[in-house]
Design a protein around this ligand. Structure first.
Ligand code: ATP
Length: 386
């Protein structure tokens, strides 16, 4: 197994901005790292550079502390697991798993091959399916065959390039947990590319968020969620997305479209003297005020509003609040949309309410928001000030 170190890695294709720009990541032996970001952010390019399918323009790539920039993919001993699993339909599961051994420069005896394939099949719970063809396997089993190939090669690390993106939602969920369990069982260093934030949040030990070729933040899923470094990460992680409200410091409060909300002194200090900042509040930090414990209420802010509409999802509901915005706020929101690669951001707040709430669109409502969870961002630079 292996540690993988990226030091100031750059990939420049043509004259435009680099596809990958000065990315440094230390991946520990056995760690599961996710590369996530919107389309075109450079995540696949980064993975392809690690495996050796793409030249590195500048920077150093180290595997177990040895520089491998100029080594051929074969010599790096990393196994790539692709989207379509690249299984051979005419070969049995046994032969599909044995394939890399038959192809290897070093000759393996038939006995050796049988032993390695049997062992991998046992680990992957494929023993009963060894004589089947891929067409007769479930999606999950095919995924395991693809991993079996990587195992028999005794690869130092597994690299996954959006392996689940062609599957329907239910199967994707099953496969996600299979990959996660398998990776933990094998303890093999893994790098996994996805644009799906559920995969990013559930699979990895740490998640690296990329935007336009640049690393924004690398942290545990929880830290990304609770302490995003900037507006981009805050908006990208979480669904529905974090709300961003224009806020102006006024005494010990922040003036916002949902009223003047009390804010802890240390948070307020970070924004003193500013005209306007963006207050980030996640949808689930709102609640129907009538459902909030009396004891808990003082920790937050209660306000009267009216939902434009609501959506009932069975286990919870989404409510939407529109707010009036001055031209300056529209400019900020346009700025924010650019920052987040979004098309348009409307002056709107999305709230998640308990399924039991009787609040509905078009009627007055009392909502409560947990202000202790509020984050404050610089509207121009996007940096998290809290
Ligand atoms: P997606 O999720 O859409 O696959 P990605 O985050 O994996 O996106 P990359 O495929 O790594 O992004 O591409 C990063 C940038 O590099 C994009 O702007 C892309 O157009 C550009 N790019 C990728 N491959 C090439 C190439 N062979 N030649 C020129 N530009 C390329």
């Amino acid at each position: 197994m292996a540690s993988i170190t990226l030091r100031n890695i750059v990939k420049q294709y043509g004259d435009g901005f680099p596809a990958v720009n000065d990315v440094s990541i230390d991946i520990a032996d056995g760690e599961f790292i996710i590369l996530v970001g919107p389309s075109g952010c450079g995540k696949s390019t980064l993975l392809r550079m690690i495996v050796g399918l793409e030249d590195i323009t500048a920077g150093d790539l180290l595997i177990n502390d040895v520089r491998v920039n100029d080594k051929a993919p074969r010599e790096r001993n990393l196994a790539m697991v692709f989207q379509n699993y690249a299984l051979y339909p005419h070969l049995t599961v046994f032969e599909n798993i044995a394939f890399p051994l038959r192809l290897a420069k070093k000759k393996h005896s038939e006995e050796e091959i049988r032993q390695k394939v049997t062992e991998a099949a046992r680990t992957l719970e494929l023993t009963d399916h060894l004589e089947r063809k891929p067409a007769n396997l479930s999606g999950g089993q095919r995924q395991r065959v693809a991993m079996g190939r990587a195992i028999v090669r005794e690869a130092d690390a597994f690299l996954f390039d959006e392996p689940l993106s062609n599957l329907d939602a239910k199967l994707r969920g099953q496969m996600r947990s299979e990959i996660s369990q398998m990776q933990r069982r094998l303890g093999v260093t893994s790098v996994y590319v996805t644009h799906d934030q559920t995969e990013a949040m559930t699979l990895g030990d740490r998640v690296a968020v990329l935007k336009k070729g640049e690393l924004q933040q690398i942290a545990s899923p929880r830290e990304l969620y609770e302490q995003p470094v900037n507006l981009f990460v805050a908006g990208f992680i979480g669904s529905p997305s974090m709300n961003f409200l224009p806020a102006t410091p006024a005494g010990d409060r922040l003036r916002t479209p949902i009223g003047d909300i009390p804010v802890a002194a240390d948070k307020l200090q970070t924004v003193q003297g500013r005209q306007v900042v963006l207050a980030g509040i996640r949808p689930e930090h709102f609640e129907d005020a009538t459902l909030v414990d009396e004891a808990k209420r003082p920790q937050g802010h209660t306000f009267s509003t009216e939902l434009t509409h609501s959506e009932w999802l069975g286990n919870e509901q989404y409510g939407y609040i529109s707010f009036e915005a001055e031209p300056e706020i529209h400019r900020l929101l346009a700025n924010l949309a650019r920052e987040m690669d979004a098309d348009e951001l409307r002056p709107q707040i999305v709230v998640t309410l308990d399924a039991a709430s009787r609040i509905r669109g078009g009627r007055p409502a009392e909502l409560w928001v947990d202000t202790s969870k509020l984050q404050l961002f610089d509207p121009e630079t996007g940096i998290n000030l809290t």
